[in-house]
Design a protein around this ligand. Structure first.
Ligand code: GLY
Length: 342
């Protein structure tokens, strides 16, 4: 009920700012697709993340609170690719990247954070209590501990441990990420590395609350078996996450280096600002990566996920296999992303 009241207020305010003769037509043109609150997130694991975030959104909570709640949920789950159970770097150390951004363009991030369970909350603390955006490594850990976060050892999930042991046999530094095994049984089946290890990576989530405000967050253990000290897109505002409350928001998953090179999510939001749909905006960013090096693009995966101010969402990936989860008043499901290289 409160949701409806908020929406009605929003529509009334917008209608009053429009000349009366145009108001009726503009109402239909501008608001026919309004769908919020809504939360969308990367991968099929996004379903449980969305469910956690929805508890906040459906109670008229702020989008940024929903984002933190959803991300904490997956950080609490023993998972190959997020949190203390995630894939280690090549030295066997789990290092975590996360960032968060709200409707006022406030943002915070941590990179290379060790032995702290909830990097998303540390990122939020950076956003809300410091003049900085990004803290890294020991400094990020020190900041977390000073702010009451407990230090606890990483505990590799079964799948992360299995994959690391397998990788150690050759220790080849070949950062193949998210090349889903096309024989894994269809778009909604879990995606696996050849050794049978689940190979999803980053959890990126975007939410719009009942006030129509946008926020986003990302949390990950990053690329499996990366060089110690490597930071991916997930800690970089404008790469793994960007929110512009006037336009829309975007997040990414896949090989972070490729996303950083094109300032991927900032680019997606700028494409939306130019009038592109979220899906087209994601496609144009993917095309930018593919065009830069078509041969290399065949060997890697990047997926973008975006939402605009009407609550319209879309995604696009380099390769087949990128899926994303959506929860709104209208739906609760996993979608398959379109892709550039079949
Ligand atoms: N997208 C996650 C990473 O590259 O670390």
């Amino acid at each position: 009920m409160a949701d409806k009241i908020d929406r009605r207020k929003f529509l009334q305010l917008s209608a009053f700012s429009t000349p009366l003769f145009a108001a009726k037509k503009n109402f239909a043109d501008n608001f026919s697709f309004l769908t919020f609150p809504i939360v969308i997130s990367t991968w099929d694991t996004g379903m449980q993340v969305n469910a956690a975030a929805w508890k906040i959104l459906s109670a008229n909570g702020r989008a940024v609170d929903a984002i933190e709640t959803g991300a904490r949920h997956i950080e609490d789950t023993l998972n190959c690719c997020v949190g203390l159970g995630g894939n280690p770097d090549r030295d066997g150390i789990v290092t975590l990247d996360a960032c968060i951004m709200d409707e006022h363009s406030n943002c915070g991030a941590v990179a290379g954070l060790e032995q702290i369970k909830h990097p998303i909350s540390v990122a939020r603390k950076v956003m809300e209590t410091t003049p900085h955006v990004l803290l890294v490594g020991n400094g990020a850990q020190q900041f977390a501990i000073e702010n009451g976060f407990a230090k606890e050892p990483a505990q590799l999930s079964e799948s992360a441990e299995k994959a690391y042991k397998e990788w150690l046999k050759t220790s080849q530094y070949k950062p193949l990420i998210n090349i889903e095994n096309k024989k894994s049984g269809g778009p909604f089946a879990p995606n696996f590395l050849p050794n049978g290890t689940p190979n999803h990576d980053t959890m990126g989530l975007l939410a719009m609350d009942t006030k129509g405000n946008l926020s986003g967050g990302v949390t990950t253990s990053g690329m499996a078996f990366k060089l110690h000290g490597r930071v991916g897109d997930s800690a970089v505002i404008g790469a793994g996450l960007f929110v512009d409350n006037e336009v829309g928001a975007a997040t990414s998953s896949g090989v972070g280096e490729e996303v950083i090179r094109i300032c991927g999510t900032h680019l997606v939001v700028e494409f939306m600002r130019q009038g592109n749909s979220p899906e087209m905006a994601c496609k144009k960013a993917v095309d930018r990566i593919v065009k830069r090096n078509p041969e290399k693009a065949k060997t890697l995966q990047v997926g973008f996920l975006a939402i605009n101010k009407k609550g319209v969402y879309g995604a696009y990936a380099i390769q087949k296999g990128f899926v994303f989860s959506v929860k709104s008043g209208n739906e609760n499901k996993i979608h398959e992303s379109k892709y550039a290289i079949g």
